[in-house]
Design a protein around this ligand. Structure first.
Ligand code: UT7
Length: 330
């Protein structure tokens, strides 16, 4: 009898630029202060890409590290998916730059755009492609250079964003108790303008006017996104646990999208998750959109917060509006 195949994470990698942008640095740019930022978001500092670093260079480095962590030669990778809202170029995909850098020709390569939910969306797509038998070594990468799309005169948004990349390598396994157990993907396009980069696409191509009006930067209706985020974060965790028959005790670690400590605490405390079961690194990296969950996963694995056999719950939300969750067995 044919055994069913699951997609298991066999390697974790990340890349964070070395340059730090602290709250004190932001105080010199906009009318804000460290106390407000820490109290309202939990963020103390974030990373900013240096000249020469970009979404593809950071993604390639994170991808190489995930391969090294798995003991797999990057040349053996047969699929690269990059999730990003700050791609290397509009055309071609960031994933094609990464594939070239990894030297894994002719691996399939494409980008997936689902904002901060992009990594979990990509994980779900890769899971299906591995379970179908079409691919065997799949790099799923979240990568963002948000500093290049942030308006550092807008205190309502510039305080939260940071740069970085995180990656996982997925491979097939026949062990039922390992790998991705469940994914859920949702969207509501009515909320398209809650978080939006208004210009630079076919809707509003680049012009002198769009540049003058700063329409190539991310615009965010923070307070409205906040309400949506709290509701969806809780819904995602409940849905994931119900679908997999898990109680809070059965979940070893929750890795939420790192956007605001108040959103994370509100959702997890309502479900009575002890805080030591929730992974938080927002204080050091801010909101890195699609990269936030894989960066946190790599760190959690390296620091021993997840071990073989651990049950890990992922929950993400972001522009679109989109929201997505997953349950993985490490
Ligand atoms: O990853 C993509 C998804 N994005 C999100 O999930 C973002 C979700 N939203 C948030 O995290 C929060 O809405 C923010 C952190 C962006 C803003 O926090 P908030 O508690 O919602 O602040 P607010 O916009 O309601 O503003 C409260 C007050 C206002 O002053 P008044 O009108 O009460 O006098 C703002 O002008 O705080 C003021 N304010 C600031 N003060 C100091 C807004 N930004 C700042 C700032 N420094 N940076």
């Amino acid at each position: 009898m044919l055994k069913s195949v699951r997609a298991a994470i066999t390697g974790f990698g990340s890349y964070l630029p070395t340059k730090i942008l602290s709250n004190a640095d932001l105080e010199r740019l906009v009318d804000t202060n460290d106390e407000w930022i820490v109290q309202r978001t939990g963020i103390r500092e974030r990373r900013v890409a240096a000249v020469g670093e970009s979404s593809a260079t950071m993604a390639a480095e994170a991808g190489k590290r995930a391969c090294a962590n798995a003991g797999v030669d990057p040349k053996e990778v047969d699929l690269v998916i990059c999730a990003s809202i700050t791609p290397e170029t509009i055309c071609p995909s960031t994933a094609c730059f990464v594939q070239r850098d990894l030297g894994c020709k002719p691996a399939a390569a494409f980008d997936l755009s689902a904002a901060c939910s992009g990594f979990v969306y990509s994980l779900s797509v890769a899971r299906g492609l591995i379970e179908s038998g079409q691919f065997k070594k799949c790099l799923v990468i979240g990568t963002e250079t948000l500093s290049r799309f942030t308006d550092y005169t807008d205190r309502g948004s510039c305080i939260i964003f940071g740069d970085g990349a995180g990656a996982v390598l997925l491979q097939p396994t026949e062990e039922a108790n390992k790998g991705i157990q469940y994914t859920v993907l949702k969207a509501d396009g009515d909320g398209f303008d809650y978080i939006i980069t208004p210009a630079g696409g076919s809707r509003l191509p680049a012009s002198h006017e769009t540049v003058d009006q700063k329409m190539h930067f991310l615009k965010m209706r923070g307070r409205e996104v906040y309400k949506f985020a709290i509701e969806k974060m809780q819904w995602l965790m409940e849905d994931c646990m119900n679908a997999c028959g898990l109680s809070v005790e059965d979940v070893d670690l929750v890795v939420p999208h790192q956007v605001n400590i108040r959103i994370i605490e509100s959702a997890t405390s309502k479900l009575k998750f002890p805080i030591d079961k929730v992974y938080v690194n927002i204080d050091r990296f801010g909101n890195t959109s699609a990269a936030s969950i894989p960066i946190a996963l790599e760190e959690a694995q390296r620091l021993g917060r997840m071990k073989p056999g651990s049950t890990v719950l992922l929950a993400a939300f972001g522009a679109g509006l989109t929201w997505a969750g997953a349950v993985i067995k490490v």
